[in-house]
Design a protein around this ligand. Sequence first.
Ligand SMILES: [Fe+2]
Ligand SMILES: [Fe+2]
Length: 225
Amino acid sequence: MAKTSTKGGSSKSTDAKSSAAKSTTAETASTKASSTKTAASTKKSSSSAKTSTKANTKVKPASDAAENLREFFLDGLKDIYWAEKALVKNLPKMAKNTTSEKLTQAINKHLEETQNQVTRLEDVFKALGEKAKAEKCDAMDGLLKEAEGILEETEPGAVRDAAIIAAAQKVEHYEIASYGTLATYAKLLDEPEAMELLVATLNEEKNCDLDLTDLAVSEINLDAK
Ligand SMILES: [Fe+2]
Ligand SMILES: [Fe+2]
């Protein structure tokens, strides 16, 4: 049975700082907002009523919605195939913006693994008798946009390096969750070849996450403090 558990959560001090920063920003925003509160309140209550109606609506499935676990499994493979290809394009930028030689090496090492993971996913599709197809992964798209934003919000140096690790670990955790689920489905659907390939990638993602944790807690987060 493929394990889906993860071992991560490295940068506690960075997280704490960012959460403190957020609360300060939120407080400032709330002070500013209070002056316009009365004018906004009527508008707000009507828009929140609309939102809650929408939130309580049952979702109508799309015409191509998955009807069984195999179809849902294939949808997940298309999603992670898109995600890995997007990472091949975006990891070089993350590597280029680090100042730590060790972090650059760790990202470049994982870039090579990621290129291999794209090929491995093509082997998974082949093992299932399916054509390899990518479908946009909204989650990875969002994580990569966030990583891009982090570069803009930090000066080059240890803080940016710590922030790059934080962004990279969010990506790894998404991948670990995805591959853990996909490997579990492959086993359930009696697809041992696909399962073996997916577990191989799952282990690479877990090792990358652990390497990033080690690097963060042993030096980069401390330099950023
Ligand atoms: Fe990957
Ligand atoms: Fe990865």
